[in-house]
Structures are given as C-alpha cells and as structure tokens.
Design a protein around this ligand. Sequence first.
Ligand SMILES: [Zn+2]
Length: 122
Amino acid sequence: MAKPRSSADEPLDLEAVERELRARLAHLQERLAGFSKPPERGADLGFGKRIGDGTIEAVSRLTDVGVGRSLEVSQERIARALTKLEAGSYGVCDACGNSIAEARLRAAPESVLCIECARLAH
Ligand SMILES: [Zn+2]
C-alpha cells in the first residue's frame, strides 16, 4: 500500500490516531456485547411482583441501560471518526466544515465536531 502523502503542516499522526480509535472501538464493542446479552432465566423476577423487592433491581437495570446507551453513543462517534479518517475528512467539523483544533483531536481523537459546534450540541 502506498504511504499517504505527508505534509509539514499536519503533524498529527493519523495512523496512530486510527490505531487508537480502532482499539477503543474494539473495546467498546466487547463491553456492549456484554450488555446486549439476552436476559438469562430468572430475569423476570422482581418486576410487577412485590413492589418493595423489585424496585432496587429495576433501578439498577435502568442504570445498566443508561451505561449501555452511552457506550453506544461513544461507539457511533468513534465509528464516525474512523469513517472520516478513511474519507480524508478527519479533523474537519461535521457541522460547520471548519477544522477542529489539533489540541482537541489530541485530547479526544474521536471528535467529529469543532469545539464551538460540540458546545452547541449539548
Ligand atoms: Zn463546527
């Protein structure tokens, strides 16, 4: 495979970024695989029976769902950053098209929005 053309004003090592993102993605997918396991037998216990006993379990499950959901969001973001790497648009904001500050990419390589747009998205 041909080496990607390098330019002096692009000191960010994109190959290293890609390795990092792929490693994170693999790790997230492993964790998500744990969350999406089908419920095991006995999983129905505690729901709609005795309110007192079921509540704590139900709450802890909701927390698990929340964690799983945030893992999914991270996974989507990293997958998007990898797509941009492949497309050659890595470091360009998805929303406004400006370049994302290099310091931001170094701190959070999965960033697909510039700091201004990320702020607006919250
Ligand atoms: Zn932007």
